[in-house]
Design a protein around this ligand. Structure first.
Ligand code: ATP
Ligand SMILES: Nc1ccn([C@H]2C[C@H](O)[C@@H](COP(=O)(O)O)O2)c(=O)n1
Ligand code: MG
Length: 247
């Protein structure tokens, strides 16, 4: 349970994750600012210590490049919380939510779901989690996704991984995946690859220019690829060790 005591504190005494969300909305706070919530009441004129912002890694790469597979290994090693945008969308389909049918039609057709929908699902997971370190897999897929995340969640990634894989290999992997996904067929795969090239490349370039992009050669065994991933997180090890209180 977090206590929010700052310049706004006279009106808010304590917050659960749900009320924190409401307070966030009411005061226009982003998740990053909420994480920066002070934990004890400061003396007049003394700024209390700030809690650390969440550690966010975005995981990019074409369809079948091995994002999910490598995320499992990162989770095992570094304890990050894995949020797969695709899994969250598929859960909406499985639960027949109000957006479920629309999401299913877009995914079947290899298209991208409106950013507002995907970002709201991610936001809900981020806000209700006790974790402070996240691996956001398959996001942002487009510049629109990226901007919507910044606007709605108000956070920037610390690390952006890009699994760089040739198309023929991605096609081979997807067609052999055998997980019953509606988009694992050659027709949808061709559309997904086109959309990836057109819409994800600008996101990759954006993070490259910001110096946050780590490109990984996604050809080789799962373990060989993970050997390239490991050193990327080494400089952040201290940060990743620290656990955070529940929101
Ligand atoms: N290095 C690898 N070599 C061979 N096969 C792999 C490798 N990494 C993953 N795979 C297999 O390729 C398939 C796709 O991998 P994965 O699901 O991790 O990709 P993804 O990038 O998450 O794809 P999507 O964007 O479609 O969710 C899976 O069946 C997985 O087991
Ligand atoms: N940011 C996202 C992530 C995923 N989707 C949709 C479109 C993808 O083809 C599908 C499957 O995602 P994956 O499991 O391959 O990461 O989900 C989207 O619209 N926006
Ligand atoms: Mg995946």
């Amino acid at each position: 349970m977090w206590r929010r005591v700052a310049s706004l504190s006279r009106t808010i005494s304590s917050s659960s994750s749900r009320s924190l969300s409401r307070n966030q909305a009411a005061f226009g706070l982003s998740i990053r600012e909420s994480y920066a919530t002070e934990i004890s009441k400061p003396e007049e004129g003394v700024l209390p210590p700030k809690e650390k912002a969440p550690f966010i890694t975005f995981v990019l790469g074409g369809p079948g490049s091995g994002k999910g597979t490598q995320c499992e290994k990162i989770v095992e090693t570094f304890g990050l919380t894995h949020l797969s945008a695709g899994d969250l969308l598929r859960r909406e389909i499985a639960m027949h939510t109000k957006n479920g049918a629309m999401i299913l039609n877009l995914i079947k057709d290899g298209k991208i779901v409106p950013s507002e929908v995907t970002v709201k699902l991610l936001q809900k997971e981020l806000e209700s989690s006790n974790s402070s370190k996240f691996l956001i897999d398959g996001f942002p897929r487009t510049e629109e996704n990226r901007v919507a995340f910044e606007r709605i969640v108000g956070a920037d990634p610390d690390v952006v991984l890009f699994f760089d894989c040739p198309e023929e290999e991605m096609v081979k992997r997807v067609l052999n995946r055998n997980q019953g996904r509606v988009d694992d067929n050659i027709t949808t795969m061709k559309k997904r690859l086109k959309i990836f090239e057109a819409l994800n490349r600008p996101v990759i370039d954006y993070y490259k220019n910001k110096g946050k992009l780590y490109t990984i050669n996604a050809i080789g065994t799962v373990d060989d690829i993970f050997k390239q991933v490991l050193p990327i997180f080494t400089p952040f090890q201290e940060q990743l060790k620290q656990s955070r209180h529940a929101m």
